[in-house]
Design a protein around this ligand. Structure first.
Ligand code: C2E
Ligand code: MG
Ligand code: MG
Length: 725
């Protein structure tokens, strides 16, 4: 068995898909591939950092808000204390009049010019206004409640406070206007400083955070990403770099799992691909039913043999083509299960019968091919073929407890004797096989060049026949059929004639039907030809009957191919309707070969034809297979004894006995019996004695053209003796 590279085309001849499976690499969004690999460009890092930065800022702004108020309050309290300590020493303890100011005017002038106190109002402890110094005051004490108030000017430059008796340690209440312009400035400074510190702190935290994220987050994520990209680009063979990240932390663990998945995916793909390739290889090169190599692999094996031979390694080898006889019948009548089982059995038997060096292949439905190097033990292809046919014949095949005796036709050719090219050697074996089939099957035929010539001639014949149809080279001759008891002409058989023009004196020659009809049958050309014959014959019969008042029946030959390849019933119906011929005036002659095809279909068709009213005759009766068993099943009207029995009846006891038996058989089945090939008075006498019903033959008339046939009928006196010579 040659080793087939898995990447070769599954079907080189048809150019079918290569059987190498390509894994589809995922298309990665190009945006992903350009994603940053540096922390400074990482969007996610920036987002986190910005969020952290803003949070720090927000928290610090909140804190600043609180500390700013405290800062201002503490500065104002300090100012108040400065004011108080500046005022208290100026109070003159000696003043007894409680409604006179305790602060001397000059002292007040000093106070206002040298200290933060810019204005001062003095009240008695009973809130009686006593005196006012310096700038006017906004805060005016009217009752006890107003002593707890302070006042700050809207520009923040002045701050008015109330100093009560216990602040002053004297029985007075004073309102002092203090210069607080420095407090606003200090507050501004404080805010500036604090914000700067805040920003620096945020920047520092952010930087540290970026570095930490880069190290612990971005780096491993980028590493994982590059692994995933490489895996998606080449899933079958991903480039997996060992991870430097600790698998016990979260991202390191995720990387380890991702890498494991990538590896598993790659393993799976390789596994599936391998299995699929094996399957494709099997489907492409092996027959699924028998498990044997198929035609492609067989031809490759042959090619290897021929190459080896060219290298001088091998001398000769046999190529055998084997076809099971009537396998289609088994399939049609017993079902495909049985057919399949037989094919498997045959394959198995051939394989075991052949040595290891042989290749046994199933190359077509019921066709096997074998090739084997010839050795000194088995040195002729015919020996191989005999071995094969003996293996098949050895014993019947058992299927579902039934026995099937299988027969095979075998064609044999030898390399290099019958061809140098592998295709040619197999073709020659096939040609020999066809010969074997034509010569009655169940035989071995060795290839000979003559076969090839015969095949070429057939092809030429087919081409000529096609032209003949178009060029009106076909015609019909009619041969009378007579009733043996009454002597009357009862009808005629239509026989096809092909006059093929040539350069001879006669302008052409008739091609014998036995030469061209098988070609027409094999090519299917018999269907249109047969339809033309039937239509022409029916038209002729209608013309005779109408013009001359006859009631003649026309017998038309119908091939098995017309049964299987066309709607014969439909055509008969149509022809009868179109020509106006009475159905009983048309007889269809079929040979027993129709029964070799699809039995069910044949029975169905014959019944349908019978229902139309046409007559049915079995032509060449006695020469076919197992005729008797079919007879009862079919709606037949007439048996036509084959002319060979009549020809030999007078000098061969067996043939006479067969003719006699056919007449009796026909009568016992209520059938008419007609004898063809009646050439002499003696033939006629024999048939009269055997009580045959009808006759046809050269004694009465050769097949002749329409006009001659009409002349024959009109000139005939109704007496068989008129044919005596
Ligand atoms: P067949 O149907 O058995 O036709 C009878 C053949 O015997 C005819 O040969 C006829 O000429 C010949 N014959 C008739 N009487 C005698 C006789 O006394 N002695 C001898 N020796 N021969 C006689 P033909 O015309 O050569 O036809 C041969 C075969 O070709 C036919 O055999 C039939 O099977 C086939 N054939 C002819 N015409 C058609 C057709 O239109 N369609 C089909 N499918 N086959 C046809
Ligand atoms: Mg016939
Ligand atoms: Mg015949």
């Amino acid at each position: 068995m040659p080793s087939i590279p898995k990447s070769v085309s599954a079907d080189a001849s048809t150019g079918a898909a290569k059987n190498t499976i390509k894994t589809k690499a995922a298309k990665i969004d190009t945006k992903l591939l350009t994603a940053p690999t540096q922390i400074w460009k990482s969007r996610i890092s920036w987002r986190i950092t910005l969020a952290v930065f803003m949070t720090i800022l927000a928290v610090q702004a909140g804190i600043l808000n609180v500390t700013m108020k405290n800062f201002e309050d503490s500065r104002l309290a300090h100012l108040r204390e400065i004011g108080r300590t500046a005022i208290v020493p100026l109070i003159d303890m000696s003043v007894r009049d409680l409604l006179a100011s305790p602060i001397p005017d000059n002292a007040a002038m000093r106070l206002l010019s040298a200290t933060k106190v810019k204005g001062l109002a003095v009240y008695s402890s009973q809130l009686d206004f006593i005196k006012n110094y310096g700038e006017p005051l906004a805060l005016v004490l009217l009752d006890q409640d107003s002593t707890s108030k302070t006042y700050r000017s809207s520009d923040g430059n002045s701050y008015e406070i109330v100093l009560r008796a216990y602040d002053l340690n004297r029985p007075y209440i004073m309102v002092a206007r203090l210069d607080s312009s420095h407090v606003s400035k200090e507050l501004q400074e404080y805010v500036k400083e604090t914000i700067l510190i805040m920003l620096l702190m945020s920047a520092f935290v952010t930087t540290v955070l970026m570095i930490a994220m880069g190290k612990w987050l971005l780096e491993p994520i980028l590493f994982m990403r590059s692994n995933l990209i490489s895996a998606s680009e080449n899933p079958e063979n991903p480039k997996i770099v060992p991870s430097p990240f600790d698998p016990s932390d979260e991202i390191g663990g995720a990387i380890a799992i991702a890498q494991k998945l990538i590896q598993q995916n790659a393993d799976n793909i390789r596994h599936i691909r391998g299995a699929a390739e094996d399957k494709i290889h099997k489907l492409a090169y092996y027959d699924t039913l028998t498990g044997l190599p198929n035609r492609i692999l067989f031809l490759q094996t042959l090619a290897e043999h021929t190459r080896a031979a060219a290298d001088g390694k091998q001398e000769r080898f046999a190529v055998i083509a084997l076809d099971l006889d009537h396998f289609k019948d088994v399939n049609d009548s017993m079902g495909h299960n049985v057919g399949d089982a037989i094919l498997r059995g045959v394959g198995k038997r051939l394989r075991t019968a052949m040595p290891k060096s042989a290749t046994v292949a199933r190359v077509d439905a019921d066709e096997f091919a074998i090739t084997m190097p010839l050795t000194t033990d088995i040195n002729s292809a015919r020996d191989v073929a005999e071995k094969i046919i003996n293996a098949i014949r050895a014993e019947p095949f058992r299927v579902f407890n039934e026995q099937f005796q299988v027969r095979a036709s075998v064609g044999v050719s030898t390399f290099p004797d019958d061809g140098m090219d592998p295709d040619q050697v197999l073709k020659n074996a096939d040609i020999a096989l066809n010969r074997a089939k034509e010569e009655g099957r169940d035989t071995i035929k060795e290839y000979s060049e003559d076969f090839d010539n015969a095949v070429q001639q057939r092809f030429q014949m087919l081409r000529d026949l096609r032209t003949a149809m178009e060029a009106n080279q076909l015609s019909l001759h009619y041969q009378p059929q007579l009733d043996l008891k009454t002597g009357k002409v009862i009808g005629a058989e239509a026989l096809l004639r092909w006059f093929k023009p040539d350069n001879s004196k006669e302008g052409g020659a008739f091609v014998p039907p036995f030469e061209f009809i098988p070609v027409a049958e094999q090519s299917g050309l018999i269907v249109p030809i047969g339809e033309w014959v039937m239509r022409t014959a029916c038209e002729a019969a209608v013309a005779w009957n109408k013009k001359h008042g006859y009631d003649l029946r026309i017998a038309v030959n119908v091939s098995a191919a017309q049964f299987s390849r066309s709607d014969i019933c439909g055509f008969v119906r149509k022809t009868l309707a179109e020509t106006g011929l009475r159905p009983s005036n048309l007889e269809l002659e079929v040979t027993e070969s129709v029964f070799m095809a699809d039995i069910h279909h044949t029975i169905q068709t014959l019944k349908e034809l019978h229902a139309i009213g046409v007559e049915l005759a079995i032509d060449d009766f006695g020469t076919g297979y197992s005729s008797l068993s079919y007879l009862r099943q079919f709606p037949i009207d007439r048996l036509k004894i084959d002319q060979s029995f009549i020809r030999n009846a007078l000098n061969n006891h067996d043939d006479a006995a067969i003719a006699r038996t056919i007449v009796r058989l026909g009568h016992s089945l209520n059938l008419k019996v007609i004898a063809e090939g009646v050439e002499t008075k003696e033939h006629e006498k024999f048939l009269l004695e055997e009580e045959c019903d009808e006759v046809q033959g050269y004694r009465y008339s050769r097949p002749c053209p329409d006009a001659d046939f009409v002349k024959f009928v009109s000139g005939y006196n109704g007496k068989l003796s008129s044919f005596d010579r």
